[in-house]
Design a protein around this ligand. Structure first.
Ligand code: NDP
Length: 240
């Protein structure tokens, strides 16, 4: 196992759910963390709680120059970047027939462009050093299409493909997909169709708590440099 206490780790979507739980898990392991999301007040509160090992900056992952500035700020604060966890995501589920084009666009922007912007922000630095690790949070929806999830699952299939492509292209940089099953977080709070929101509530009756995914991410990060955990899929026990 590699100790995380000399690692500098960037995490997006750190203001709630899986991102926040991962910050807590990795902070407890001694890592230095630079965290981003749009809700600055939550980031600030988390950083204040955890102390000097955590830095933060407001980040909109859909904005490539903002992501580059986020990475610059992390490097300025800690001197280096070892790991990027692309965790930010949204899931406004709806049937295609509802034609919620704005929601399709937002999902594609956050879930796909957000991940690509993150890769663009750190990959040249990792290639220059000949080391680095990118963890992309996909979903079981990267393997199966769930009802009302055509576009959301499409974005997660894309995250899966991008991560696998990165792994194949790079010999010195590790690439890991972490695919959560249903997890009890704020995800889906932006669903606009009451029937779909009700169905999500049903799914959530059997769900993981976010710390389960945080431990999976920690496991991948703690492997020695020569070990690349390609994917971890975590579902609640006895889930479909
Ligand atoms: P949450 O809604 O709790 O967290 C999502 C995070 O993404 C928030 O911190 C939010 O912060 C951030 N975010 C959203 N849009 C942006 C943006 N434009 N720029 C920066 N940050 C943004 O959900 P989860 O913790 O569940 O989601 C984390 C990841 O896990 C997502 O990629 C999701 O798809 C994936 N996942 C979750 C599952 C679940 O059942 N919960 C199952 C499978 C995968 P803010 O609003 O402050 O910007």
């Amino acid at each position: 196992m590699t100790k995380l206490n000399d690692k500098i780790i960037l995490i997006t979507g750190a203001s709630s759910g899986i991102g926040e739980a991962t910050v807590r898990e990795l902070a407890a392991a001694g890592a230095k963390l630079f965290i981003g999301a749009r809700r600055s007040e939550r980031l600030q509160a988390l950083a204040n709680e955890l102390g000097d090992q955590v830095g933060w900056r407001r980040l909109d992952v859909t904005d490539d120059s903002d992501f580059a500035a986020f990475a610059d700020a992390a490097e300025a604060r800690f001197g280096r970047i070892d790991v990027l966890v692309n965790n930010a995501g949204i899931m406004p589920l709806s049937p295609l027939a509802a034609l919620k084009r704005d929601e399709w666009t937002r999902m594609i922007d956050v879930n796909i462009h957000g991940v690509l912007n993150g890769i663009a922000a750190v990959l040249p630095r990792f290639m220059a050093r000949g080391a680095g690790h990118i963890v992309n949070v996909a979903s079981v929806g990267a393997h199966i299409v769930v009802p009302t999830g055509a576009v959301y699952c499409a974005t997660k299939y894309a995250v899966w493909a991008i991560t696998e492509g990165l792994r194949q292209e790079q010999d010195d940089i590790r690439a890991t997909i972490v695919s959560p099953g249903v997890t009890d977080t704020e995800l889906g709070s932006d669903i606009t169709d009451p029937e779909v929101a009700g169905a999500l509530e049903e799914w959530r009756k059997k769900s993981l708590t976010p710390d389960a995914i945080a431990r999976a991410i920690r496991y991948a990060l703690e492997q020695p440099a020569g070990v690349d955990v390609n994917e971890i899929v975590v579902r609640p026990t006895a889930a479909d």
